[in-house]
Design a protein around this ligand. Structure first.
Ligand code: ADP
Ligand code: MG
Length: 372
C-alpha cells in the first residue's frame, strides 16, 4: 500500500497502470490515487452505459449528450446543465443531497440491491417534490467495499437509473471510490422550479389547514418487523412504501402550480419531526387530530399500522403541506389521496387531539442522527 507521498511519485504512478488497483487512505476513505485503476474505470463505463450515455470517443460531449437540460453528462470533468425557461417561465435551480449508508439506512441482508438504489434516488426526488419542483439530473457518489459482488452494484445502479427515467432524470455524473467498510452512497439531485415559486417550509400561517398525502407509518412498520425477526426476509410487495417509495413529484408540482400550498415538506423523518420543522421555520404551532391521521396498511393479511408508527415513523416520503382555509383542496390530487389532519395555530407548540378532543403536546420523536 503506497503512502500519499509515494503515490505522487511517478514510479508508483506507473505501477498503478497495472490491473491491480493501488489505493491509499485519506481521512478513512480509500481513494484510488492512480490515473484510473481499471476496476474504477470499468465500473464507471458500466454505469455510463446503463445511463444510456455510451462512451464513443469523438462524439459531441464525449458521447454524453443526453437531454435538453443535460448538455454533457458522464464522461467529462463536469456535467454541463442548461436550465431553460419552461412553459415560458424563467426557472430557479433546486439542489438537494442525501446520504444512503449501509447499517444506517439499509442492511444488505434486509434490502435487495434494487430497493437500495430506488430509495437512494427517491430521497432526493422527494425533496424536489417538497419544493414543488421538477427534477432534472442526478449525481451519484459511491464508496464500495472491495468484496462487494459486481452484480450487487449492477442491480443497485440499474434500479436507481430506472426510477430516474420515470421522472425524466438523467444520471449525469458522480464519483467512485473504495470504502474500507460498508457501502456509502451520496445522491445529488438538481431540479427546477419557476422563478420565486419554490414552496418553502416557512410559509405556514395561523389558521392554515394541515394536509398529508397518502398513508403514513408503512415504512416504519417494515423496519419494526425486520428488527423483531432479523432472520426473516420481508416480501417487498407487502411493504411497498418501505422498499419502493413513490416520490410525489406530480402532486408537489400541482400544489405549487395551483398556488394551494403555503408551506410544504416531505415526510422523511416522521410526521411529528417534519411538522415541527415546518412550525419552527414558519414561527407557528399546530393542532392535529389523531383520528384523522391516515395510517398505512401493511403485511399479509394487510393490517393498519399503530398510530405511533404513523406519528413518528420516517421514510414514507409523503408530502405534508399547509393551505389557507379559504382554498378548496381536492381529496385526491395526481392520483394520491389527500387528508386534512389539523390546522396551524399561533402558539408555538404542537398538540395532538384525541377522539375526546383532549390535547397532548406532541414532541418530535421521529428519526434524528446522533440523538441518544
Ligand atoms: P474526475 O477524476 O475528473 O472526477 P472520474 O474519473 O472520477 O473523473 O469520473 C469520470 C466521469 O465519470 C465523470 O463524468 C464523473 O462524473 C463520472 N462518474 C464517476 N463515478 C460515477 C458514478 N458513481 N456515477 C455516475 N457517474 C460517475
Ligand atoms: Mg472523480
Amino acid at each position: 500500500m503506497p503512502t500519499a507521498a509515494e503515490a505522487l511519485n511517478p514510479s508508483v504512478f506507473k505501477r498503478c497502470e497495472s490491473r491491480r488497483a493501488n489505493l491509499t487512505s485519506f481521512c478513512g476513505v480509500r481513494y484510488s490515487v492512480c490515473a484510473v485503476p481499471f476496476a474504477e474505470k470499468a465500473l464507471i463505463s458500466q454505469i455510463r452505459r446503463m445511463a444510456g450515455q455510451p462512451d464513443k470517443p469523438g462524439r459531441a460531449g464525449g458521447g454524453a449528450r443526453a437531454t435538453r437540460s443535460v448538455l454533457t453528462g458522464i464522461g467529462d470533468d463536469c456535467a454541463v446543465l442548461r436550465l431553460l425557461p419552461r412553459r415560458g417561465q424563467q426557472q430557479d435551480t433546486l439542489v438537494t443531497i442525501d446520504f444512503t449508508l449501509e447499517g444506517i439506512h439499509f442492511r444488505r441482508d434486509w434490502h435487495p440491491a434494487e430497493s437500495v438504489g430506488h430509495r437512494c434516488l427517491a430521497r432526493g426526488l422527494s425533496d424536489i417534490a417538497a419544493m414543488g419542483g421538477e427534477p432534472v439530473a442526478a449525481f451519484l457518489s459511491v464508496a464500495l467495499p472491495r468484496d462487494l459482488p459486481q452484480s450487487w452494484v449492477g442491480r443497485f445502479v440499474r434500479s436507481l437509473i430506472s426510477l430516474g427515467e420515470n421522472f425524466g432524470v438523467t444520471l449525469a455524473g458522480g464519483d467512485t471510490a473504495e470504502s474500507p467498510d460498508g457501502i456509502l452512497a451520496d445522491i445529488v439531485v438538481v431540479g427546477c422550479v419557476p422563478r420565486g415559486k419554490a414552496v418553502l417550509r416557512s410559509g405556514a400561517r395561523p389558521g392554515d389547514r394541515i394536509y398529508v398525502s397518502g398513508e403514513l407509518g408503512g415504512s416504519a412498520a417494515a423496519v419494526w418487523q425486520m428488527r423483531k425477526k432479523p432472520k426473516r426476509k420481508l416480501n417487498p410487495r407487502e411493504y411497498p412504501r418501505h422498499f419502493y417509495p413513490e416520490p410525489r413529484i406530480e402532486l408537489g408540482r400541482v400544489l405549487r402550480e395551483k398556488g394551494l400550498a403555503s408551506a410544504m415538506i416531505d415526510i422523511s423523518d416522521g410526521l411529528s419531526t417534519d411538522l415541527a420543522h415546518v412550525c419552527e421555520e414558519s414561527g407557528v404551532g399546530a393542532e392535529i387530530e389523531s383520528e384523522l391521521i391516515p395510517r398505512a396498511s401493511v403485511g399479509k393479511p394487510a393490517r393498519e399500522v399503530d398510530l405511533e408508527f404513523a406519528l413518528h415513523g420516517g421514510e414514507d416520503y409523503e408530502l405534508l403541506f399547509t393551505a389557507p382555509a379559504r382554498k378548496r383542496v381536492p381529496s385526491r390530487i395526481a392520483g394520491v389521496p389527500i387528508t386534512h389532519i389539523g390546522h396551524v395555530t399561533r402558539e408555538r407548540k404542537i398538540f395532538l387531539m384525541n377522539r375526546n378532543q383532549i390535547g397532548y403536546e406532541l414532541l418530535p420523536r421521529g428519526w434524528e442522527h446522533f440523538r441518544r
